[in-house]
Every structure is written in C-alpha cells, then in structure tokens.
Write a protein that binds this ligand. Structure first.
Ligand code: NAD
Ligand code: TDX
Length: 342
C-alpha cells in the first residue's frame, strides 16, 4: 500500500481528488487532513471507501497536529488546503496569508522531518496575474508571477515558500497551476454554483462589471487527473500549467446556466465590479500535455450539464449551506450591489 497525505480533502477539489484516487488506484491509502472551515464539508466525503481513507480534523498551521497526523512512510503530501475565494480576500486578507503561506511552510517542514518523498503544491493560474482582452497571449510556465488579489498574492507566496524548501533543503516538490474549476460540490460562493443556485431559486444573478471578463474553465476531475500525473511523472522543482483550452466570458457562462435551468435572461443583473478584477485568464497546457501525457476528458458542454444535474439532484446540500452563515456573507457581498442594480 502507498500512503498519501491530502490537506483540504473536505473541500471542493480535494474531495474530488480523494474520490478519483480511491476509484482509480487500489494500492493507495489516504490520510485526509482538513480544518473544516466554512468551505470544508464532511458531506463532500459521503460514501468514500472508509478502509483506505482516514479523516483527521486539523489546521495546517498547527505544527504539532500536522506532525501527529502525518504517518511514517508517507509517499507524498498533496496540499489543497487554502482559503480560496478572491472576494473574501478583498474584504480581509489575514486568514489567506496565515493558511496559504504559513500553512504551506508548516507542511514543508513536516515533509522534511518525516522524509516524505514528494510534495505536490496545488497552485493556481491567478499567480500569473491578468492577460489583456482579445490578445493571443497565454500563461505559460515562464510567465512572471504578478498576482493582483490578496488571494493570488498568498498563493504566489506559497509557491516561493515551496521553491525555497527545495533550493535550501532539497525537498522534492512539484507545483500545479490550474485555471477555474467547476463541477459537483463547489461551494456556492464561486461563480458557477452561485449562479446555478440563484437560477434554481428565481433570484437575481449578480454579474460583476460588464460581464466580459474571461476565465479558462476545466472540469474538476480533469484537474485531479493532472495532479495525479504531476505526482507520478512531474520533474522535481517544475511547475505545470493545467487548462482545458476553454476560455469563456462570464456573461456567456451565466446565460448558458439560465438556458439549461430553463430560466429567463432577465434574472441577470450587472452589478458593481470586483476591486482589481483580473480581466482574462488563459492557459497554455502544452507542457502538461507533452511531459505528463495529460489531456482533458470532459467537454465544457458535458461538464456543465453534469454539474447542473448534480446541483439539481442535491438541493439539500445547497440549501444546507445557503441557510447557514452563508446568508450573512451573501447579504454583505451582494445586498448593496443588487439594490443599486435595480
Ligand atoms: P475550497 O475552499 O472548496 O476548499 C478548501 C479546503 O481547505 C476546505 O475543506 C477547508 O476546510 C480546508 N482548509 C482551509 N483552511 C485550512 C487550514 N488552515 N487547515 C486545514 N484545512 C484548511 O477550495 P477548492 O476550490 O477546493 O481549492 C482547493 C485548492 O485548489 C486551493 O489550494 C486553491 O487555491 C486551488 N485552486 C482552486 C481552483 C478553483 O477553481 N477552485 C483553481 C486552481 C487552484
Ligand atoms: O457573483 C459573482 N459574479 C461574478 O461576475 C462571482 C462570485 C464571480 N463573478 C465573476 C468574477 C470572475 O471574473 O466570475 C468570475 C469567476 O469568479 P470566481 O468563481 O470567484 O473565481 P475567480 O475569481 O476567477 O477565482 C477562481 O479561479 C482560480 C477560484 O475561486 C480560485 O480559487 C482559483 O484559484
């Protein structure tokens, strides 16, 4: 049996990775370490194979707890745990710097002390900033790191901390930088699940600015397959950009959701823009394709349909979140914006 240690495995992408690994790799057992913040949810792990998956509740910034939870003989740490929402980082950056930077350092130290063979850092395309509209520029692995939001700055800093652990202490590291994920179990603060939930409830759909910002969307399982390949085949010290060559303007994403849910476009409200809103993300995934032998398997049309089906079939999951603390978040983030829009 191969042992791996996953942080943030009760979140959106981490839980998809847990499922994929358990399904596709019978010789792997997982310790899943997650603090269960507002974004972590044990319901995301319902039905996973309990014999090969052990959940430990803990904070990645807590050195002692990390050392206690990390088994001897662990082959790799996959660091998914993070504060992940740009809008929250604009309101308050502290928790982003703590978890995303200090937490990554704690995990790197633990990896070194316990002789973990490889450290996989789940980073993001946002560390590379924003590309101009209508250009043929793409993010490559040699694009400069020029983050624009506090979230992106904390993820870029985490990459530097990972680099330093390798250069200084010889920790074997690989970094993946993926674009915008979508799929089942994404917390409904993010664009696609927020719009699906609002559309299903006949509530207005708040689109920032002119709605023409571009994101490069990838189905979550395709991202997870790339992470696994980066662990197996990635060269030590390298970063790999992961993307499905699927650039979409936000307004078109929102219209596609309304069409699929069968609701009118009149629900769309253009609202005050996000501060420092990155205009366009677009990823050149050639390095991952050639070096890792990765390519996406799910088309945008299939993935979006599957995602909407999941939210339709799991309204309890959505309502449980929307009835809690999320209401306060939503009112603070969107209340004034929506009042101005009407
Ligand atoms: P998420 O917010 O859904 O989940 C984050 C998880 O981390 C939660 O389960 C939370 O409880 C846990 N966590 C947060 N702080 C913690 C701490 N201090 N200690 C332990 N656990 C903690 O995020 P996600 O969308 O699944 O993103 C996962 C990773 O992928 C993040 O590192 C993010 O930066 C990266 N990423 C996300 C996207 C995307 O589109 N969502 C794209 C590229 C990269
Ligand atoms: O209500 C909204 N209205 C709106 O127009 C929300 C929540 C978003 N948007 C816009 C902002 C972005 O242009 O939609 C786009 C996508 O927004 P988010 O879902 O917040 O994602 P983004 O800011 O692009 O960051 C995401 O991709 C990279 C993830 O949240 C990050 O974790 C990841 O690293």
């Amino acid at each position: 049996m191969k042992r791996i240690f996953i942080t943030g495995g009760a979140g959106f992408i981490g839980s998809a990775f847990v499922r994929l690994v358990l399904d596709e790799h019978a010789d792997v057992e997982i310790v899943d370490y997650d603090a269960l913040t507002y974004a972590g949810n044990m319901a995301n792990l319902a039905g996973v194979d309990a014999e090969r998956h052990r959940f430990v509740k803990g904070d990645i910034c807590d050195r002692e707890a990390v050392m206690n939870a990390l088994p001897e003989g662990t082959d790799a740490i996959f660091n998914f745990a993070a504060e992940s929402h740009v809008d929250r980082s604009i309101n308050s950056a502290d928790e982003f710097l703590r978890t995303n930077i200090i937490g990554t350092q704690v995990l790197l130290d633990a990896a070194r002390e316990k002789g973990v063979r490889r450290f996989v850092q789940i980073s993001t395309d946002e560390v590379m900033g924003s590309l101009p509209d209508d250009s043929d520029e793409y993010f490559t692995e040699s694009s400069p790191l020029q983050p624009n939001s506090p979230y992106a700055a904390s993820k870029a800093a985490a990459e530097f901390v990972v680099r330093a652990a390798r250069e200084t202490h010889g920790v074997d590291t690989v970094v993946t930088r993926c674009g915008n994920n979508y799929g089942p179990r994404q917390f409904p603060e993010k664009l696609i699940p927020l719009m699906i939930a609002n559309a299903m409830n006949d509530e207005p759909l708040p689109v920032y600015g002119d709605g023409r910002n571009v994101r490069d969307w990838i189905y979550v399982d395709d991202h997870c397959r790339a992470i696994w390949l980066a662990y197996e085949k990635g060269r030590s010290g390298e970063a790999y950009n992961i993307g499905a060559r699927n650039e979409q303007e936000n307004i078109n994403v929102v219209k596609a959701i309304l069409d699929a849910v069968g609701k009118p476009h009149e629900l769309i409200k253009l609202v005050t823009d996000r501060k420092g809103h990155d205009r366009r993300y677009a990823i050149d995934p050639a390095k991952a394709e050639t070096e890792l032998g990765w390519k996406p398997q799910v088309t945008w049309e299939e993935g979006l349909a599957a995602t909407i089906d999941w939210y339709r079939a799991n309204q309890d999951w959505v309502n449980h979140i929307r009835n809690g603390e999320y209401r306060n978040y939503y009112d603070a983030m969107y209340g004034a914006r929506l009042e101005k829009a009407v």
